[in-house]
Design a protein around this ligand. Sequence first.
Ligand SMILES: [Zn+2]
Length: 394
Amino acid sequence: MTYRLYYNDAYLTDFDAMLVEIADGGRRVYLDRTAFYPTSGGQPFDTGTLGGSRVVDVVDEETRIAHLLDAPLDVKAGRVQAHVDWPRRFDHMQQHTGQHLLSAVLEDLFGWKTVSVHFGPAASTLDVDTDAVPHARLVAAEDRANLLIAENRGVTAQMENAASATGLRKPTDRTGEIRVVTVADVDRSACGGTHVRTTGEIGVLLVRRTEKVKQGTRIEFVCGLRAASRARADYDALSSIAQAVSGSVDDAAAVVKGRLAAGQEAEAARRKAARELDGYHARERVLAAAADARGVRRVIERRAEGALDDLRGLAHAVCALPRTAFIGAVEGAGAVLVGTSEDSGLAAGSVLRPALEAAGGRGGGSPRMAQGVVPAGNITSVIDAVQAEWDRAT
Ligand SMILES: [Zn+2]
């Protein structure tokens, strides 16, 4: 049985303890007592040093706590000195106590029960049993939690009998002695984690995004020093956006929205102009093309470089005119696009596919529009094959 020093004093960082067992070649160590918190209840393990080794994981084995080290312990028997990394532990205490507060506020204000919690390296989350969390309620909960932080309420832990412990926020299924954590006049919860002494030490609570999850809604939040560094990162990001649009931080969102709307309008106008230009080019090219025996005018457009998509507008504009066919090619990309008008009597897909395959390529499409790729250098043979097939059909 490992005696858990952190139950009585979450602020204890330096302690000594008797070695009880050393396993795994000195990398898995058991002590008679420990201030190292093991991963449990959603709260991550502490790090620190044991003898001359780094503690890289702490595992709760129910009756015992295992300390996992990066190197074999240099002490073989007797007492060993230990140190818990305080910044990491204090950060966990701030997030964890903040979670008690936020869970209490969400239930008191809106009746939402917390069904699970998670403390991550960047942000913490809690899941509440509701389908949606309106933004205004999120802000109201944050305000209330921060008021309780400013009131600097006491946070205490004591052992109580499960049978007689009253007023617990969540009924416990444990029996016998349980550890009850109380935030004065706000919350009583059965919990084995580490907490700050007063709500003031949480510093500040910042609610962030929400996300729909299977069991309800997940609320992300950060507390304390983490909230300050998060707010700093948010402000820096917002500042660079404001700078990019030559606006102030306060009006950056409105400026960006305005610019996006203007950009969409410009894009719509550009597309319309491009369509009109394609129509103009198409008429010019069709008029310049000689008619075949059926009176179908074939437009051939070969380009050295570019994207096949750049040819699509012209292809559609040509094939929208009566008795037309189109062959477009981008030589560098080995790409071919073939189109035919409804009244041409010529097929696109069924003619292009075998022509591509014969040239070591692949592709196909509908009777009206088809495309494919061939090894660069074989473009001419594909165009010739399509033309020859169309000549036969004529
Ligand atoms: Zn707790």
